[in-house]
Ligand binder design. Structure first.
Ligand code: FAD
Length: 524
């Protein structure tokens, strides 16, 4: 059967021999319009019989393949095959189009001059009046360049991904809601190590709290923050980990169709966290040694202050009595011969008091600085390790991973927490006391940081919960332990920071000291 016999209507319609329309109705002009539209379409169009023998090609087909219409008509479409497309693709193509369904896919074609190109082809079966496949309509375009660009993009993406994945720093890309949209291998490892679902948002919160203001105006390529050192505390005996963090704003083109013309780019934050725990550990060692010396000196000074204050307190009582007696005698006109001696004794006593008062060491005038309370508590626990071990005390260290900084005096605060830990240790370290557990918990409240130091000792009777903060009151004063100024001083330190301190009874019956420190101090 010849091609003409197989598909006469198409050849008649597209072969250029059609008569011009007689009248001007739409129906009359349609065949001409179709013919011209197909001929002028800027995409390669071919029409074949059911065996893929070409019956018609348009000028765009001639341009893409290099075959003229005369050369193409009568050939099989397989003339375009570069023999590089797997047989399974052709098998699939034929199965589908013979079933009357359109097929689209990519094939490797060869032009008349032998050059290969990648064709994006769509074949549509054309049904006759009886619903039988009479012809196939093939539409294809050369997508070699597009494919090359696609491959280039994919290669670059794979390359960037492997570089990012093998980078020895944690990398995460966050959207406007602090949700991680992209991360690397090291970041995933960090999630596992820290037991957190999203370390990036914890780190960002810490950076924000550290900066005190927001991350600043977001601008493509601008750094939101650079080299901010963030400390992440972990529960139990695990040492804290340190990260040097940098955030950079990056722009991403919106991929949605609605943004095609009205481009709405989004800004993402690229977070890079480099672990610096090891470097920090070296510095920490040196810092701890210096701290130990400083704390020892502080201890010495504060016990001296405590002893002198206690002596002052004790001398003040009898001197007040003496002063009243002398005042009484003065009113009576000093007839008593002992009056002068009493007055001299009073003066001498007052001089001693003054000398003692001057001998009390001044408190160091520390400047306030952003202070990490977790770090102070960790210092205190590290400094007390030997004594806690010797007393057989189990320590439950439960810090909030990242705490906002408190504007405070680190030396004073550290000494205050040390006094609380010392008290707890002392309470449990009595002969025969079985449960010896010290629990230290930190967490952030709205605009404040809360610290609970809880022991499993005998506790303090509720009626004494306020009294223990009075100077020189001690539940153990009789045992000769100390003068009882520790909690009074602690209260003073907390008050100086605009915070509050209180005692609660722990579930174990022991004592829970609760300290709340505001993160920002009210202006005086
Ligand atoms: P072939 O021996 O022709 O066939 C390869 C596989 O296709 C075999 O497994 C066979 O089972 C199946 N097959 C072939 N012909 C038929 C058929 N008539 N009925 C059922 N199954 C069949 N190919 C290209 O490479 N580039 C093109 O641009 C292209 N455009 C096409 C446009 C149209 C409208 C149509 C209908 C087909 C087109 N083809 C095109 C497919 C082409 O006809 C060939 O099937 C293909 O080129 C493979 O040719 P071949 O000589 O390598 O293998």
């Amino acid at each position: 059967m010849s091609q003409q016999e197989k598909s006469p209507p198409i050849v008649a319609a597209l072969g250029g021999t059609a008569e011009p329309p007689v009248s001007g109705t739409t129906v009359d002009i349609l065949p001409r319009v179709f013919r011209e539209a197909v001929a002028q379409a800027d995409i390669a169009i071919s029409i074949t019989d059911v065996a893929a023998n070409i019956l018609y090609v348009n000028p765009a087909f001639e341009r893409v393949t290099g075959y003229t219409a005369v050369e193409a008509v009568g050939r099989n479409q397989s003339a375009l095959s570069a023999k590089a497309t797997p047989a399974s693709v052709y098998g699939d193509l034929w199965r589908q189009i013979r079933a009357g369904a359109p097929w689209s896919g990519r094939l490797v074609n060869r032009r008349r001059d032998g050059g290969e190109y990648l064709a994006d082809l769509m074949i549509t079966p054309v049904l006759d009046a009886e619903g039988r496949i009479g012809n196939y309509l093939g539409i294809h375009r050369d997508v070699t360049e597009m494919h090359r660009l696609e491959c280039q993009v994919n290669n670059q993406k794979a390359l960037i991904e492997s570089v990012v994945d093998s980078a020895p720093v944690a990398i995460a890309l966050l959207d406007g809601e602090d949700c991680v949209v992209l991360d690397n291998h090291e970041y995933k490892k960090l999630m596992g190590d820290l037991g957190m679902t999203e370390p990036a948002s914890v780190i960002l919160d810490a950076v924000r709290a550290d900066l005190g203001h927001g991350l600043g105006a977001a601008r493509d390529g601008a750094q939101a923050f650079a080299d901010r050192e963030i400390r992440v505390d972990r529960p139990g005996g695990k040492p804290p980990r340190w990260f040097s963090c940098t955030g950079t704003w990056v722009r991403s083109v919106d991929e949605g169709a609605d943004a095609f013309f009205g481009r709405q780019d989004s800004l993402y934050l690229l977070l890079i966290a480099r672990e610096i725990t090891q470097q920090r550990a070296q510095q920490e060692k040196a810092r701890m040694a210096a701290l130990q010396a400083l704390m020892a000196e502080e201890n010495r000074v504060s016990s001296l202050r405590e002893s002198l204050s206690a002596a002052l307190f004790q001398i003040e009582g009898p001197l007040n009595v003496l002063s009243s007696v002398v005042a009484m005698q003065d009113r009576r006109g000093r007839q008593d011969p002992t009056s002068d001696a009493l007055t001299a004794a009073l003066r001498a006593g007052q001089q001693v008091l003054e000398t003692l008062r001057r001998a009390i060491p001044e408190r160091s005038d520390e400047t306030a600085a952003p202070t990490n309370v977790n770090e102070l508590l960790r210092d205190v626990l590290d400094l007390s390790t030997a004594r806690l071990l010797a007393a057989g005390v189990t320590v439950n260290w439960k810090p909030q991973a990242v705490l906002p900084a408190v504007q405070g005096h680190p030396i004073g605060l550290r000494a205050m927490f040390k006094a609380l830990v010392d008290n707890a240790l002392e309470a449990m370290n009595t002969k025969g006391w079985q449960t010896r557990e010290l629990t230290v918990v930190t967490r952030s409240l709205l605009g404040a940081v809360e610290v609970c130091v809880e022991d499993s000792g005998p506790g303090i009777a509720p009626e004494l919960h306020l009294k223990v903060f009075e100077p020189f009151f001690s539940t153990r004063a009789g045992a000769g332990h100390h003068a009882g100024t520790g909690l009074a001083t602690a209260q003073q330190v907390v008050a100086d920071h605009g915070g509050m301190i209180g005692i609660e009874t722990a579930t174990t019956g022991g004592c829970r000291m609760r300290v709340v420190l505001p993160t920002r101090r009210a202006e005086p």
